[in-house]
Design a protein around this ligand. Sequence first.
Ligand code: ATP
Ligand code: MG
Length: 420
Amino acid sequence: MSTFKAPKGTYDLTPPDSAVYLAVREAIAAPVRRAGYGYVETPGFENVELFSRGVGESTDIVTKEMFTLTQRGKEALALRPEGTASVLRAALEGNLHKGGNLPVKLWYSGSYYRYERPQKGRYRHFSQVGAEAIGAEDPALDAELIILAVDAYKSLGLKNFRLLLNSLGDKECRPAYRAALQDFLRGLDLDDDTRRRIEINPLRVLDDKREAVQKQLVGAPMLRDHLCEACKEYHEQVRALLTAAGVEFEDDEKLVRGLDYYTRTTFEFVHDGLGAQSAVGGGGRYDGLSEMIGGPALPSVGWALGVDRTVLALEAEGIELELPAVTEVYAVPLGDEARRVLFGVVTELRRAGVAADFAFGGKGLKNAMKSADRSGARYALVAGERDLAEGVVQLKDLGSGEQTAVAIDAVVGELRSRQG
Ligand code: ATP
Ligand code: MG
């Protein structure tokens, strides 16, 4: 214990649990990489205005959840609360959209920060893996991203997740709907905050989780009935492509998501084993975002999946990932000469692709064998003066206890042949 603790709402990832997080990140990234998405990394902080404009002034993220940083006399910065605005900014700044090859497909993985009330599945520092396809309007692209997320969850063995799907319309049909919804909402009995929200972003009132609000929303005008022909047709195509790919979804006409920039396709993945923090990932189309942050018109679509909650979902389903062994071979030297020789063997093993570790710190045989067991290694390599005099080391199978003498220069070959 030190004097310090991890800050409120954060936690450390340490072995062995950290291996699960890495595996989840990799499992989410694998399908997008196979689909031609390139890796992008952006700074952990950005000009605060990128988020207030890009994520939306009225969103929870901007009004309540941003960690802002002051810089002497310069514009304020914010720790990134989400990835899309930064990734789009980076794509525009790097002129990736001018390469003549749209859409620009990018994926990312990293830390995000939101000032939230910490609880299970809701932290102030959390991890997301995200994917964005920038600069194309094509229902197949929306479907592609959704399918890739589903495949990622499935590759982890998850079963109890559901895909909620909606269309938010576009600049043709949304304004009239927005006005109709505002008319309806203004007639309800709502608190001041919510009343303000009606004026700024009425669609988000539909998303209010409070039962007292939800009750009053019965009979609210629904966007589904206001979608223009183009949006309807687009949405039908997305749905048909998902169905053809064997992806099940639930139409959720109240799904508006927390960010202002979404248009047309929006979706969320929820997991039924997580209680209140049930959203494991979400995304949608954001055709207007580029222009909102000063770029050209670039219709785009993307998602971000939460790593922390995906790990919780694995726990909820009792899934244990098959992780590669941290250590396959553990070397136990008895004496100085054996230390030199076995240290050399360990180095060679590692170079040959075998995960190997060594009894550091001059442990005695008993302690070293305990460490070998704890390391999870399948084999121990033990050598003392007499072995070395005979030019061998003892290869011990820690499972069966069986022990064989192997010539020192044959050890690497022998262990490689036993691998896999
Ligand atoms: P919620 O409704 O639970 O607040 P959100 O809509 O704010 O989620 P997004 O901005 O869509 O979440 O982020 C995508 C994913 O990132 C979420 O589905 C969730 O898995 C994860 N996530 C978001 N905020 C947090 C957080 N504070 N702690 C842990 N994971 C988070
Ligand atoms: Mg949130």
